[in-house]
Design a protein around this ligand. Structure first.
Ligand SMILES: [Zn+2]
Length: 89
């Protein structure tokens, strides 16, 4: 715990995980969004599709982007990345 970054809706108690922060070629970056179905971290346009679905579903809500190391964050429910992807593609 405490090494994964998540975009969470504090009102709904749901989140999508962006994995760990990596340092490559002089830049900080996130692992991406993990697809269980495709067994890979998505960092391409599919990641935007998932992000877009999450944002639209939580429009107007209070969102936070942080490490998953708070007590509240650990009680949030992970949203299914593959389901979100299918909503917008
Ligand atoms: Zn919400």
């Amino acid at each position: 715990m405490g090494v994964y970054y998540q975009l969470a809706c504090t009102w709904c108690g749901q989140y999508i995980s962006f994995g760990k922060k990596l340092h490559r070629k002089g830049h900080d970056m996130l692992q991406g969004l993990y697809s269980e179905e495709q067994h890979e971290w998505m960092r391409d346009e599919r990641a935007f599709q998932v992000l877009q679905a999450f944002l639209l579903q939580h429009e107007g809500h209070q969102l936070t982007f942080a490490l998953d190391n708070t007590k509240e964050a650990q009680e949030y429910e992970a949203m299914d990345i593959d389901s979100l992807l299918k909503q917008t593609s």
